[in-house]
Design a protein around this ligand. Structure first.
Ligand SMILES: [Zn+2]
Ligand SMILES: [Zn+2]
Length: 300
């Protein structure tokens, strides 16, 4: 968990996200937000989406504190699998490009938490049918392989139908189309040393900065051959979409009136109400949480 926190703190330092695909992703989600009432974004990172949302009330949470400094609204450092809010607290809960990063235990708990704190809508967006072997790097320090985006699972439409047992899907769409060569040689690339290289990341196993092992001579040669093959047979490229997005509506929902943050905040340790005074949040059981750079650290 600590290494992962460092990983996300580190990648959010790169500022080049308002180009091409990333801005297409953000704009598509912005268009699909089903209500302008109270909004919670879980795993909001540096606020690249949340900062652009116009809503009556919005909150962002992330387990990594450093990126939260860029978010221009109320933020909490909290774990996505243990949300510090009471049941049915928000009109919309947004979870965009987060679920693919979670290990099995965190994943199941997080889905449960999203359903619990939403009073009506849930917006989920994830990569569509991603090939998890495709962007594999090898660490030059510990020699272990890892997916450079820390993606642990891939999604399709069928999985979406099973995400929330107590909610209907009211919209599902795929987006972010581009032409991709449909064949891959991942196993061969790994074996021959044609590793994927990405800058500005850290190794999730050992924490080494800029860990990606360079390609060896055989790897470079294979890379060269593959580039030629892909260009020679460019007409084999197929349109593939990168993301899938769905909006869910809870079977039993309620409308929130007079949203107040004091009414919904609960202690992530004992689930009792929290009161905030003089930059300290305290629950009835005496658990205390503090502001760090105007971010309330509620990680249990
Ligand atoms: Zn390593
Ligand atoms: Zn408590």
């Amino acid at each position: 968990m600590k290494k992962e926190r460092e990983f996300y703190s580190y990648i959010y330092n790169s500022k080049n996200y308002f180009y091409g695909l990333e801005s297409e992703r953000i704009n598509r989600i912005l268009k699909r937000i089903p209500s302008k009432g109270s909004i919670l974004e879980i795993g909001c990172g540096d606020g690249r989406l949340l900062n652009k949302i116009n809503a009556d009330f919005k909150i962002g949470i992330d387990f990594s504190i450093k990126p939260l400094i860029h978010v221009k609204t109320l933020t909490f450092a909290a774990n996505v699998s243990n949300l510090p809010f009471s049941n049915n607290s928000f009109d919309v809960v947004i979870c965009a490009e987060v679920l693919e990063h979670l290990d099995n235990t965190t994943y199941n708990k997080t889905l449960h938490e999203i359903l619990r704190v939403s009073s009506r809508y849930i917006l989920i967006s994830v990569p569509y049918k991603e090939n998890l072997n495709q962007r594999t790097a090898k660490c030059k320090n510990c020699n272990r392989f890892f997916n450079v985006s820390l993606h642990y699972r891939a999604f399709n439409e069928v999985m979406f139908e099973k995400l929330f047992p107590d909610a209907y899907i009211i919209l599902i769409e795929k987006f972010g189309y581009r032409n991709i060569f449909p064949y891959n040689f991942n196993k061969l690339e790994r074996l021959t040393g044609n590793y994927f290289i990405k800058k500005e990341i850290i190794c999730p196993h050992c924490g080494k900065k800029d860990p990606c092992k360079r390609k060896n001579i055989i790897g470079k040669f294979l890379n060269f051959i593959l580039i030629i093959l892909r260009n020679l047979f460019f007409f084999y490229k197929k349109k593939k979409c990168i993301w899938i997005l769905a909006i869910f509506e809870k079977r039993e929902h309620r409308i929130i009136k007079n949203f107040k943050i004091e009414d919904i905040l609960i202690c992530p340790l004992c689930f009792k109400r929290i009161t905030i005074k003089n930059n300290i949040a305290r629950c009835n059981e005496g658990h205390e949480f503090y502001y760090i750079d105007k971010i309330l650290d509620l990680r249990a």
